[in-house]
Write a protein that binds this ligand. Structure first.
Ligand SMILES: Cc1cc2nc3c(=O)[nH]c(=O)nc-3n(C[C@H](O)[C@H](O)[C@H](O)COP(=O)(O)O)c2cc1C
Length: 305
């Protein structure tokens, strides 16, 4: 296992690692590093009111990086500054998102793996705009015949970035197949390994490959305590239902019941996955709009007193 808990990272997961989820993860794993969901530089700079995370404050969130995406270096710098002022401990730039809305139409995310010059301009502008560290998160490359992530790491290093998170798939792979990270080559920046890391032996594997940290994404779904288990700062929970109820409290505090309850359904599905009668339970959950009714059915399913 890595020596320092801050070498274990919670990955950015859009629609999942929001403030309520991070608050829960933090209780189990006080010292890990976390990255927010990606935030559009346009939305942030223009202060879009319908995007609640544009107004998050990070002062009380421990070691947290805020992730931005965009293709305009100036706006990315402005966005980085806003997040620094909101208490981010570092800025992470998304250079791996394969979703067409981001990578093709907006020329951001994974597209920057194709345009290292623009990637460098964005990194430089962010670094110029803030006093906190700047990192990038990327993939092996655009597709099988363009696996040039090492070149992008060198660009990032030349611009002054502090580290890189690397997902062991190409943009073309999306999330299919297995994440395959090579032995870490000799590079000028620390590299955090990401992709399909779900248990301690996966962490040890990437450590043996020479990586400087491990970033965990989907392994946390329905298991916000997972990073705490890795760090030895918690044990397997006795009653998952109590955690589900606490998560629901945080979601409703943050979004309100009307928006929060429909958003919470996916979490309930992950928490209950593989349990007896979970399919039936999910059908019921998906129809409930009332907070008290939702609490009752969660209590009944997990036998919470
Ligand atoms: C639902 C979902 C949302 C994601 N959102 C983001 C994001 O906002 N920013 C980002 O850099 N990567 C995002 N990713 C990619 C993850 O951070 C991670 O690189 C990928 O899931 C592989 O790691 P894992 O196997 O541990 O999940 C997302 C992945 C999923 C499945």
């Amino acid at each position: 296992m890595f020596k320092n808990h801050n070498q274990i990272f919670a990955a950015p997961l859009a629609g999942i690692t929001d403030k309520p989820f991070r608050k829960l993860v933090r209780q189990f794993a006080p010292d890990v590093s976390m990255v927010t969901e990606m935030i559009s530089c346009h939305s942030l700079v223009e202060g879009h009111k319908n995007c609640i995370r544009n107004f998050d404050n990070y002062e009380d969130e421990g070691n947290i990086g805020t992730q931005i995406f965009g293709a305009d270096p100036f706006l990315m710098g402005q966005a980085a500054k806003i997040l620094q002022d909101a208490g981010a401990k570092w800025i992470d730039i998304n250079m791996g998102c394969p979703v067409p809305k981001v990578a093709t139409r907006a020329g951001a995310g994974a597209f920057l793996m194709k345009d290292h010059k623009l990637a460098g301009q964005i990194i430089s502008e962010c670094i110029k705009s803030v006093q906190i560290p700047v990192s990038i998160k990327t993939r092996l490359g655009w597709d099988e015949s363009h696996k040039d992530w090492e070149d992008l790491v060198r660009v990032a290093a030349d611009c002054g970035a502090s580290f890189v998170s690397l997902h062991g798939r190409t943009r073309a792979q999306g999330y299919s197949g297995n994440s395959r990270l090579p032995q870490k080559p000799n590079l000028p920046l620390p590299i955090i390994a990401n992709g399909d890391i779900k248990n301690i032996s996966d962490i040890e594997h990437v450590q043996n490959l020479g990586y400087d940290g491990a970033m965990i994404g989907r392994g946390m779904l329905g298991k916000p305590w997972l990073l705490g288990l890795f760090c030895g700062t918690c044990t397997e929970p006795d009653n998952i239902g109590e955690i589900v109820l606490k998560h629901l409290d945080y979601v409703i505090d943050y979004y309100g019941a009307k928006v929060g309850i429909p958003m919470f359904r996916k979490h309930v599905a992950w928490y209950s996955s593989g349990m007896k009668n979970s399919a039936q339970f999910r059908i019921q959950i998906n129809q409930i709009l009332d907070e008290q009714e939702l609490r009752k059915i969660i209590k009944d399913f997990w036998s919470v007193c």
